[in-house]
Design a protein around this ligand. Structure first.
Ligand SMILES: [Zn+2]
Length: 275
């Protein structure tokens, strides 16, 4: 059972923390709105996690997932990590500023040698760990390391938990989509489209309901609470003090209808989640 407390998954048999003190910059208000999926192209999950946590490495990620589905968290979810690099999609660039990065332990592209398949770092894999497929950015088939069922299931659980905790999240993208040509991960062995169908389409059908019942906190020193979602509308009470816990009832443009001691509308920019 995954639980988020103060922007970290609670440690358990399935969750480990590794400190990554180089990442200290918090996301702007309203971010993150995207989850970016990667593969590590490394030897194993724990070695990739330790590498990404190093002070002298100019890369990192929020999460690394090993082959068993175990989660290693490096960076809290309210903090920017360095997983996207030079990236752009739908007229935005620099996706580190908008996204949570999940690195999945997977060797990536493999070369066939005899009966075996070899990774760039020289490890050999048998045919049952290999899929021949065409990448979405390419036109010919190549060999790709498969993901384990545990990894695919756990990625879905992680995304569900993140989207429940951070209602700002509304996109799931592959690194290959925000850095096409430069990056191939997570590649065709990962069921990215299916994940989006399961997680995003069902939520979009319920529209603004995805905000309903989320718990937020006032993130400004005194937040006006109004009768209607407009700055011209009368306030219904004294401004809500910073830290006031509110339950989101509905969203309209850039306003949330919230219940605190009193019900009314507040500017969405000044509500934080999971603090
Ligand atoms: Zn990547």
């Amino acid at each position: 059972m995954l639980k988020i407390e103060n922007h970290w998954f609670t440690p358990s048999d399935e969750v480990e923390h590794i400190a990554c003190p180089k990442n200290t910059q918090l996301f702007d208000r309203g971010q993150p709105d995207t989850i970016v999926i990667h593969y590590t192209a490394g030897k194993n999950g724990i070695s990739s996690a330790h590498y990404l946590a190093k002070d002298n490495v100019k890369a990192s990620a929020h999460l690394v997932l090993d082959r068993s589905g175990k989660i290693i968290q490096l960076v809290p979810f309210n903090t920017i990590s360095w997983h996207a690099g030079k990236s752009s999609y739908a007229e935005r660039s620099g996706f580190n500023n908008f996204s949570i990065g999940i690195e999945i332990d997977n060797a990536g592209i493999l070369e066939k040698t005899g009966d075996m398949y070899k990774s760039w770092f020289g490890k050999k894999y048998t045919a049952d760990e290999v899929v021949k497929a065409t990448h979405r950015n390419e036109s010919t088939e190549r060999y790709w390391h498969t993901y384990t069922e545990e990894q695919i299931d756990t990625v879905q659980l992680i995304c569900e938990k993140l989207m429940d905790t951070y209602p700002t999240i509304k996109y799931i993208l592959g690194h290959e989509e925000i850095a096409p040509g430069r990056k191939q991960d997570p590649g065709p062995a990962f069921p990215l489209n299916k994940l989006r169908t399961i997680l995003l389409d069902s939520r979009q059908e319920s529209g603004s309901d995805k905000f309903a019942n989320a718990i937020g906190f006032v993130d400004v020193d005194g937040l006006n609470i109004r009768e209607m979602p407009s700055v011209n509308s009368d306030t219904v009470a004294e401004p809500l003090p910073e830290g006031t816990k509110v339950r989101i009832q509905a969203k309209h443009n850039n306003w949330y209808k919230v219940t605190a001691e009193i019900e009314g509308w507040v500017a969405a920019d000044y509500i934080a989640f999971n603090e």
